[in-house]
Design a protein around this ligand. Structure first.
Ligand code: F0G
Length: 472
């Protein structure tokens, strides 16, 4: 940190706001290994320039993901001793069910080991080969489960979502005309449901508005199409509704969340994000018959319908995490930290996705490296450079993540070529954010001389996890 050399009067005059701070204090610390530039050069080369293949012990500030990387509260840790590890009917399942019913408002809850477990169940239950599944931009695992069930994903997000510079306050909104055109083209019977991501991860953590979801829901239901919410970051989405949408400023996020979910017929959930745990998820539904099918299938793929792949203690921690996650003070500090990092980069003229998203700051790699073609992997390159520079681990969200079209086998060329600096909940301090921002600034200043990468190994599914690269 820099020393501030200013006379006291000027310093006071410069103080234009009252700071806020996190509504918690630190009780346990986890030491981090400090590495040298030569250590990091070696580590990233050994990892094939893929940050997923680094060992976490070689990482200083881990912004790979906000998934399962949350710090649990003392109450959550204490509750882990209250795990009822019965095979069937664990008391912790009932606590989880109650929490989901109370805060999300759905009738039935089927636990799964994490979000993709729930995606697998709903895709198998509702999608027939030849069906189409529209959504407000794809998410990797969600779309893959839809494709494996024989469906085709169709992106119906508004065009602003593909423009990193657009300041649209709800870039996660559905383009209703595009959704309607799809219904006209393929017929409602070929559309089992529409998936609504909240917030939209691949668009930069951008929210969907209540008004838009209400219209989507009305249009879908008019045609007998279900609305399935990806509620993974729905609490974060409701915070943006509170901040940006008329009529919600005075309402607590818990109230907004319930209204939001009431516009859908069910949700898939990765508890590893909003719900402040390290593992867990669920599928929630309002329809008894669908729930019965989900309970039939969950025992095949996850575990009995009262544990779904989780230990009793994990379900207990998630039940408590849900309650903590919907507190206004928590969510303001959580998103406030992301905003802090984002605003710092914006103030230095560094190109990031605007407005700053809920769980991450996304660097616009195309704007960093206009000299690289998309086949030279600008975002993959930037993520590798960042690790080398400071030991900060980020994630590629561009052509590598987009993968290949299952029919043609050709690379998909997404408009967005991004590096995601994802902030785990309740884990890092403001000083960690400063170190990260300064490292990004260093890369921005050196951007003109950077060369790209070539892919030398490509796995069949979700290639971004294990692909390997070499420097050009
Ligand atoms: N939906 C969204 C919007 C997600 O971001 C994720 C996971 C999932 C579903 C799948 O959940 O991992 O529990 O199976 N996203 C992580 C990420 C991997 O880093 O963004 P899961």
């Amino acid at each position: 940190m820099q020393s501030i050399e200013m006379n006291p009067e000027a310093a006071v005059a410069n103080l234009t706001r009252r700071s806020w701070a996190e509504p918690w204090k630190v009780k346990v610390v986890e030491p981090l290994k400090m590495t040298s530039l030569s250590d990091r050069k070696k580590a990233i080369a050994e990892a094939g320039y893929n940050t997923f293949l680094l060992r976490s012990e070689d990482v200083y500030i881990d912004l790979l993901t906000d998934s399962g990387t949350n710090a649990m509260s003392d109450s959550q840790w204490a509750s882990m001793m209250m795990g009822d590890e019965a095979y069937a009917g664990s008391v912790n399942f009932y606590h989880l069910e109650e929490a989901v019913q109370k805060y999300y408002g759905y009738r039935y809850v089927v636990p799964t080991h994490q979000g993709r477990g729930a995606e697998n169940l709903i895709s198998r239950i509702l999608i027939k080969p030849g069906d189409f599944v529209p959504g407000n931009m794809y998410f990797t695992t969600t779309r893959l489960h839809q494709e494996l069930a024989g469906g085709t994903f169709v992106d119906v997000i508004i065009p602003e979502a593909h423009d990193p510079a657009s300041e649209h306050p709800f870039k996660g909104n559905v383009d209703l005309a595009a959704f309607e055109r799809l219904i006209e083209k393929v017929g409602a019977r070929k559309i089992p449901y529409i998936t609504i991501g909240a917030t939209v991860n691949m668009a930069g953590g951008q929210p969907i508005s209540m008004a838009n979801l209400r219209e989507v829901s009305a249009l879908a239901h008019k045609h007998g199409i279900r609305v399935i919410l990806d509620a993974t970051r729905a609490v974060e989405n409701t915070y943006f509704i509170q901040q940006r949408e008329a009529g919600y400023a005075q309402k607590p996020v818990a109230t907004i969340l319930k209204e939001f979910c009431s516009l859908s017929d069910g949700c898939t959930m990765s508890g590893k994000k909003d719900a402040l745990v390290n593992i867990g998820g669920w599928l929630a539904l309002n329809d008894a018959d669908l729930c019965d099918e989900a309970r039939n299938l969950v025992v095949v793929y996850e575990g009995l319908h009262t544990y779904g792949g989780m230990a009793g203690r994990d379900m207990e921690a998630m039940a408590r995490g849900i309650v903590e996650s919907v507190q206004d003070a928590h969510i303001r500090a959580r998103i406030g930290q992301v905003e802090y990092l984002g605003q710092k980069l914006i103030s230095w003229g560094i190109p990031i996705v605007r407005p700053v998203g809920g769980h991450a700051v996304y660097l616009d790699a195309r704007a960093f490296y206009p000299q690289l073609t998309q086949d030279e992997f600008p975002a993959q390159t930037l993520a590798a450079e960042l690790y080398e520079n400071s030991g900060v681990r980020a994630m590629e969200r561009g052509i590598v993540s987009a993968g290949r079209d299952p029919e043609s086998g050709k690379n998909r060329y997404p408009k967005l070529e991004l590096v995601r600096l994802t902030i785990p909940r309740r884990v890092y301090t403001q000083a960690h954010m400063d170190v990260t921002a300064e490292s990004v600034l260093d890369l921005w200043q050196q951007r003109k001389t950077v060369k790209g990468l070539k892919m030398v190994y490509e796995p069949k599914y979700l290639r971004f996890f294990r692909a390997r690269f070499e420097r050009l």
